[in-house]
Design a protein around this ligand. Structure first.
Ligand code: ATP
Length: 232
């Protein structure tokens, strides 16, 4: 028996209206991602990479097509269902990071556990371990505004992983990191994929990030195409 895909998109379209004009960003996109698989999505600026992640992350609905993620038909979920789906199943690293400025680094990390009612000893221990793994154990009590861009990005990485999501959606996850730190973060993703079959969809302009994925897909003129099997 073959394993059902974790992500299945069929004929997905997304259009945005700007004044009288309508712009088609995604035009009949098909995509399947298996549990534990890492896929890099590349494409020029404005080609729709973040839009694709937002649709798969149930942040906004498509205008056409089917989206099935972790057994859930996203179009069938209401607002509450979408919120629960995001909290339980997904880790999302946004391009703007979206750290909560009024919470410390550790409190930001504990937030997904709190929302999932899993703020217990094991959860706290894992949060501390992740902070250590992204090299920020000493900054647990710092405020986000006192961190460098790269440190903030690493907090966002740890926060996206702390509740053990089945799927990581990451928008330029290493954009503000130096080469060595970026490699450390990518290794952490790989370890978690091996440890708990977490799948990852990474939007990136970085050839190094893309090369580490199992597959690379490219968005161009609204269409998605397979570029190659990446070498690992
Ligand atoms: N909420 C919105 N309203 C109107 N247009 C939008 C909206 N969100 C995205 N767009 C448009 O959709 C297109 C795709 O944007 P998107 O952010 O998905 O591209 P991207 O490939 O992630 O770009 P980058 O590599 O620069 O981050 C852009 O032209 C953008 O202006």
């Amino acid at each position: 028996m073959t394993t059902p895909p974790l992500i299945e998109l069929a004929g997905v379209a997304k259009r945005y209206r700007e004044g009288d004009a309508e712009r088609t960003v995604l035009d009949g996109v098909d995509l399947r991602i298996a549990p534990g698989e890492a896929v890099a999505v590349v494409g020029p600026s404005g080609s729709g990479k973040s839009t694709l992640l937002n649709l798969i992350g149930a942040m906004e609905p498509p205008d056409a097509g089917r989206l099935r993620v972790a057994g859930e038909e996203l179009s069938g979920l209401g607002e509450t269902g979408r919120t629960h789906f995001r909290r339980r199943r997904l880790g999302f690293i946004f391009q703007q990071l979206n750290l909560v400025p009024t919470l410390t680094v550790l409190e930001n990390l504990l937030l997904p556990l709190e929302l999932n009612r899993r703020l217990d000893t094991a959860g706290r221990r894992y949060a501390a371990e992740l902070l250590e793994r992204v090299g920020l154990a000493q900054r647990a009590g710092s405020w986000p505004e006192h961190l460098s861009g790269g440190e903030r990005q690493r907090v966002a990485v740890a926060r996206a992983l702390v509740h053990g999501p089945q799927l990581l959606l990451a928008d330029e996850p290493t954009g503000s990191l130096d080469g060595e730190t970026a490699r450390g973060v990518l290794e952490l993703f790989d370890e978690l994929r091996r440890e708990r079959a977490m799948a990852a969809l990474l939007a990136t302009h970085s050839s190094e990030v893309a090369a580490r994925a199992d597959r690379i897909v490219e968005l161009r003129s609204g269409a998605l195409r397979e570029v190659s099997a990446a070498c690992s």
